[in-house]
Ligand binder design. Sequence first.
Ligand code: V47
Ligand code: SF4
Length: 377
Amino acid sequence: MQLSGVFKTTGMDKRLLAIADKVKNNERITEEEGVILFEKGELGFVGALANDIATRLHGGKVYFNRNFHIEPTNVCVFTCNFCSYSRQYKHRDEGWEMGLEQMLDIVRKYDGQPVTEVHIVGGVHPKMNLEFFCELLSKIRAHRPDLHLKGFTAVELDYMFRKAKLTTQEGMQRLKDAGLQSLPGGGAEIFHPDVRNVICADKVDGDGWLHIHQTAHELGMHSNATMLYGHIEKYEHRVDHMSRLRQLQDTTGGFNCFIPLKFRNKDNDMSNIAETSIIEDLRMYAIARIFMDNFRNLKAYWPMLGRQTAQLTLSFGVNDLDGTIDDTTKIYSMAGSEEQSPSLSTEELCDMIEAVGRIPVERDTLYNELRTYTTAV
Ligand code: V47
Ligand code: SF4
């Protein structure tokens, strides 16, 4: 029996049945239907649909990569209310600021190790400018040409380009020439101004974020997209956010993956807001898988979700767990994640994936498959 046929025997809401039929026929669901899924779709229902889509797209494969992060600084000119990580410039003695050599030392630590990607992201420091980052990129490129350089959220880029008095296209081209290959998905938060103006009013707005990613795509670069969920936003705002990303993806095809990021509430100005339940997290991933029909990959970022919840998402539409990380990021440990020193060996990642009956596949940043692990290494 077809999936939608199973649901027809349960006396389910007709609108949900219509969505199940669309999923079965590989059709796109509307924004209105996205909201219906959030409001009415119970976990088993959305999970079954999402799992069906993921299986159709990827068989049983789940991707991971071998990567590390560089966080140049946590000093930031912006004041996002959800951020537990940043320190204002006037309190910079409480934070960190790395010099070029310090960052190159991090890269050198991986000499001879089979990492394929460095992810560079941090606060927006008023003195770290475009020239500084171009020099960093070209030095990493010269030292380790095989490493994929993924770096800088649209928030960092917007500030860098404005300070350098360059257009987005000119600034992006400079970074590309210095060796930048992809953009991470951070800084997207929630695009809708009713939410953005409350949680992160002073940084680049939704249109600005999308414009930066569109420009990168037009220059032949790829990027990721995130959404910070589980705080003051309503379901309509989540759907609006995903819809704007889906539209840009229709135009450029430049997004590699979508990454819902669960709001963590420790030590920030939104600590009064309770975190979402695991059920709500799983529903979020499943509905993202159903709605984002033109995104091939849905990533659960385990340092933020915790490894067990991340593992659970693999039955709810997720096909990517990000990477080994090697304890090189602080964003989520400082916000209260259970992963206080995030690091997983290749073997541990493979075990996590195999434990839920999936096939671990190492990928590079662009989702080229590098190695399939049939049994844990
Ligand atoms: O934009 C900050 C989020 C993002 C909190 O592209 C928080 O592969 C939850 O985007 N609770 C930056 N989230 C990190 C990011 C990212 C991470 C991993 C992989 C990729 C990728 C991108 O972190 C910020 C913001 O949305 N964030 N504080 C918090 N308290
Ligand atoms: Fe700065 Fe990013 Fe934190 Fe916002 S989320 S305060 S831009 S480091």
